[in-house]
Ligand binder design. Structure first.
Ligand code: BMA
Length: 335
């Protein structure tokens, strides 16, 4: 018996063409690659070193459940990884008590004015997650500045240059009114103020309702700062981490120019759907190819592996032009 025509669903039809293309060799790093015993590796910051080597600063979780950071280097950013034989940056709770339960989710920004990389990461304190900052020239020695945003706060990255004379940090404080992206300013990377709401989580049934956060550091383009952010949807079977896109004014990064309504990347592959935490894609870093056009996003998959997806600046901006709006659901007065 043939089913009535109206009940036939064409599952092959996909009206959402992929913007981020998964690498065929995904996942590119798992615990099996590690030179010492670990539980899992995921959520890595990324940058290019002066000789073109891709450096990933990976979040590594041990079997106590605590995380540290470990560097992996590769000529082509895909394979042949040289992984530090021991942890690159360990929590140091003696001197930095806010790191007592580990350090997580680094974002890397190369700052030409300082000729150094600024790493912002989550320090997991007794009071909850906070934002810490460290400087490095080589990812071998680090100058820690300690906690710069008290708990609860995370998902932070520094813009690579001053805005109107001040360093600018994007971060995600958690308040009773929701978890939104904020931007704060500093004359010296130590003292932070002029806190402003930058992008708000939506409400209700939206994919990015109630909790959002910056994913990798913003990408500077001729049209503005391109920002990939994650939205966390709570469902009866757990959280779904997906990615959305927005564009901000280059000289005034508080000003949202375009924001897409739909998510552009979500857990679909087996290694994204199943792991220690199911249904998570969580990029903390990207590198840009020499063409200035192709972006390599490095993302944690299901809190168990590191994967790679590529996109072009042009296609992301074109998607925002077609699907974004300038409407700013700003409720600053509530916050
Ligand atoms: C977030 C962060 C990420 C993690 C994700 C899913 O809150 O802690 O490090 O990948 O949850 O567990």
């Amino acid at each position: 018996m043939t089913a009535p025509e109206t009940t036939v669903l064409n599952v092959e039809t996909n009206h959402y063409p992929p913007l981020l293309l998964r690498h065929a060799r995904n996942p590119i790093l798992t615990r099996k690659d590690w030179p010492y015993s670990i539980n899992s590796v995921f959520n890595a910051g990324a940058t290019l070193l002066p000789d073109g080597t891709t450096l990933l600063l990976c979040r590594v979780e041990d079997r106590r459940g605590l995380s540290h950071l470990c560097a992996a280097r590769s000529k082509n950013g895909v394979d042949g990884w040289q992984i530090d034989r021991e942890p690159t940056l360990m929590p140091n709770p003696q001197q930095y008590p806010e790191e007592i339960w580990g350090i997580e989710d680094p974002r890397i920004t190369f700052v030409p004015e300082l000729q150094q990389y600024v790493v912002t990461y989550t320090s997991y304190s007794r009071g909850g997650p906070g934002v810490s900052l460290a400087l490095t020239k080589d990812f071998r020695s680090f100058e820690r500045y300690g906690v710069i945003m008290p708990p609860d706060d995370k998902d932070s990255a520094l813009l690579p240059r001053r805005i109107n004379g001040y360093w600018a940090l994007i971060h995600r404080p958690m308040t009773a009114l929701g978890s939104h992206m904020w931007i704060s300013y500093s004359p010296d990377l130590r003292y932070w103020g002029r806190h402003r709401l930058m992008l708000e989580a939506r409400r209700g049934a939206w994919w990015d309702a109630n909790k959002i956060g910056l994913s990798p550091p913003p990408i500077e383009t001729s049209r503005g700062w391109l920002v990939l952010y994650h939205g966390v949807r709570h469902t009866p079977s757990g959280c779904l981490y997906r990615l959305g896109l927005a564009l901000f004014d280059i000289e005034n990064p508080e000003k949202c120019l375009l924001r897409g309504d739909s998510w552009i990347f979500g857990p679909e592959a087996e290694y994204e759907r199943h792991g220690d935490v199911n249904d998570v894609v969580f990029p903390c870093g990207y590198t840009m190819d020499a063409d200035g056009e192709t972006i390599n996003f490095y993302y944690g998959a299901a809190d168990c592996a590191i994967a790679l997806a590529r996109a072009s600046v042009r296609s992301l901006l074109a998607w925002l032009d077609a699907n974004g709006s300038c409407e700013r659901r700003q409720r600053a007065e509530d916050l």
